[in-house]
Design a protein around this ligand. Structure first.
Ligand code: AR6
Length: 179
């Protein structure tokens, strides 16, 4: 499995699945969540409302992941997860690790071969980008080690799509430390 680091708007990537750093309401917000909803079009919000109505009346718990189609996005699916909000006292790294891990698991269940992540919790939710990068990269690495050797249809490429120079640098450094 390849890990790629890109400075890019995640909404433009022609991958099988992109991950949304959403909030528990699943009903949109700012940051990457707002950008994804704008690019996917109103059907994404409808699909999220349907999930809330049918399976998640209380909303999506922190670290869990759920998927919808990508609608107008180049990506086939959007995997919505909720990172921990440092400003709300959610400071346990395991919560962020689980958000990455559960998104990867959802991708495998969907049959996605390529997936792109933003820096979950690295914006409004106030986590240090260096920590997000370390946790993101290490979680992907551990996930890869847990996959069976012969895994047809399994993930081939995991891309981290970073908006800022700083985020890109943090992820590159985290990946270098891993290798
Ligand atoms: N492509 C890639 N990365 C992006 C994009 C984009 N189009 N837009 C922003 N980023 P944030 P969080 C980066 O705040 O911290 C929302 O309102 C951004 O620069 O989007 O998990 C939700 O509804 C930052 O590095 O997500 C929640 O309420 C990273 O994405 C809350 O924010 C994550 O920043 C979630 O906060």
């Amino acid at each position: 499995m390849e890990i790629a680091i890109l400075q890019a708007d995640i909404t433009t990537l022609p991958v099988d699945a992109i991950v949304n750093a959403a909030n528990s309401s699943l009903l949109g917000g700012g940051g990457v969540d707002g950008a994804i909803h704008r690019a996917a079009g109103p059907k994404l919000l409808e699909a999220c409302r349907e999930i809330r109505r049918t399976t998640l009346p209380e909303g999506l718990p922190v670290s869990q992941a759920v998927s919808t189609p990508g609608f107008n996005l180049p990506a086939k699916w959007v995997i919505h997860t909720v990172g921990p909000n440092r400003h709300a006292g959610q400071t346990d790294p395991y919560l962020l690790e689980s958000a990455f891990h559960n998104s990867l698991q959802e991708a495998v269940q969907l049959g996605a071969r390529t997936i792109a992540f933003p820096a979950i919790s690295g914006g409004v939710y106030g986590w240090d980008l260096e920590e997000v990068a370390r946790i993101g990269v290490e979680t992907v690495d551990r996930f890869e080690s847990s996959l069976p050797e012969a895994c047809p249809g399994c993930l081939e490429t995991v891309t981290f799509a970073l908006f800022s120079d700083k985020a890109e640098r943090c992820f590159r450094e985290a990946l270098d430390r891993l290798n």
